[in-house]
Design a protein. Structure first.
Length: 443
């Protein structure tokens, strides 16, 4: 590689998306840049000209200087339209290409083409990770992970513990053993990991106003009925993540009934379920900031471990999440969105190593919404601080919250005219007599 090309602002995926020593995988330091407006239609692109990403991810700036705020990263997704060109300068030895009103890229791996642009792929649509694998490793049963082929051939391993998650890219045989080649280019013994079947959805879509309050079961729970002075089984049960409408009290809250010291929720049908078995979804109160009638934002009820996709004052979807003891409270704005990201914290009391964490939406420093494939304990404290969601729920929220990810982009930062969506986290952890935990996560 030439000196100029080595200098260009391109990072390989394994480096850009790799290890961060933080609770959830830190957002870069420039997580709240200020600059022009959203990427979208501007002047006409240059005719008969385009650029294409040759390899890796290429950083996009808001202005044609390397020290301007970041706008995101683009990937190999087709030929990008170019609206103007500038010669090398601004801290980069390669030409600058304007990809949108506030999007400039400069890299030796951004190749000019003498033909027009193509339709760019939406990477959140086309990204299809391989099979998920994982393990839960203790201090006495650490899993050897080899970050590259040289480390494998020399037996130089990282000894990982805690929550481990990998995405299989391929398999190889070496020394009579089978190894998984992971999404990051590392190697792990097939004997030390197990297939993962992530939760796809743990949510309810709300089609019209007035559907709340409702209960969402965190484990299969019997539906009860009143029988004189006792409660008896109705013969039916509510499946895990199943939902039923609750009876509304005089102030709009769900009605509760106590029997022999145990709290139950009264359903709209007149039947009951145990309060400890369900999350109670109530209409969120309006935040203290002004919102547009169609503005999309997220409300988190940390006590119930529920995430609400909001449109103005109306909830549109309720999703069961896993939180951590250190999940922050307050009002925030989306700081960065990535289609996927590697996250790791190899040392400390609560280590983890997780590849290709999907649909990541950072909203406060290290803390983010994202999908979780390495556990199925949604509704629990199975998180290291982020808000873990089912895979399809994470994808839904990724698209719901602004800024919108443009075609061809792997990640996006907000600007002053294209701000990040509001995220309101409210409530404190409410202890339960039990915790919904996955058999893959022994406690």
């Amino acid at each position: 590689m030439s000196r100029a090309r080595a200098f260009s602002v391109v990072l390989p995926m394994s480096l850009l998306l790799g290890g961060i020593a933080s609770p959830c995988g830190a957002a870069p330091a420039e997580a709240r840049p200020i600059g022009p407006g959203p990427i979208g239609p501007g002047p006409r692109p240059l005719p008969g000209f385009s650029v294409e990403v040759h390899r890796g991810l290429i950083r996009v700036h808001q202005r044609p200087i390397t020290w301007s705020p970041w706008r995101g990263y683009i990937a190999r997704a087709g030929r990008f339209p170019v609206y103007s060109r500038r010669p090398k300068g601004g801290g980069c030895p390669e030409p600058w290409y304007q990809l949108g009103p506030d999007a400039w890229a400069c890299s030796g791996w951004l190749l000019p083409r003498g033909e027009g642009p193509t339709e760019l792929q939406r990477l959140q649509d086309t990204w299809r990770p391989g099979p998920y694998l994982g393990a839960r490793a203790s201090r006495s049963s650490r899993v050897p992970f080899y970050p590259d082929l040289r480390s494998l051939s020399r037996g130089q391993a990282w000894w990982l513990r805690g929550d481990l998650g990998f995405v299989e890219a391929s398999r190889i045989q070496l020394g009579g053993q089978s190894y998984i080649v992971t999404n990051s280019g590392g190697y792990v013994s097939l004997k030390r990991v197990q297939p993962q079947a992530p939760v796809r959805m743990a949510s309810v879509t709300l089609a019209r106003p007035g559907e709340l309050p409702m209960v969402i079961a965190l484990r299969e729970t019997p539906i009860l009925r009143s029988a004189e002075k006792s409660l008896a089984s109705s013969g039916a049960s509510l499946a895990r993540y199943g939902a039923r409408k609750a009876r509304r009290g005089p102030r709009g809250e769900a009605e509760a009934v106590f029997h022999e010291g145990e709290e139950h929720v009264l359903l709209a049908s007149g039947e009951l379920v145990r309060r400890s078995d369900v999350a109670l979804a109530s209409a969120p109160a309006a935040p203290s900031v002004r919102l547009g009638p169609k503005e999309r934002w997220a409300h988190v009820d940390a006590a119930e471990r529920l995430v609400f996709a909001m449109e103005g004052a109306e909830p549109r979807r309720v999703m069961v999440a896993s939180l951590g003891r250190n999940t922050p409270q307050g009002m925030f704005r989306v700081e960065q969105k990535l289609v996927f990201k590697d996250m790791q914290q190899r040392f400390g009391e609560d280590p983890f190593y997780l590849e290709a964490v999907p649909y990541v939406v950072f909203f406060k420093g290290d803390f983010a919404f994202h999908g979780a494939y390495w556990h199925d304990g949604l509704g629990s404290r199975a998180s290291h601080g982020c808000l873990n969601l089912g895979m399809e729920d994470a994808r839904f929220l990724f698209d719901w919250l602004g800024p919108e990810l443009p075609p061809g982009f792997h990640s996006i930062y907000p600007t002053s005219l294209d701000p990040g969506a509001l995220v309101h986290v409210q409530g404190r952890h409410r202890p339960r007599s039990w915790e919904p935990s996955s058999p893959r996560r022994p406690r």
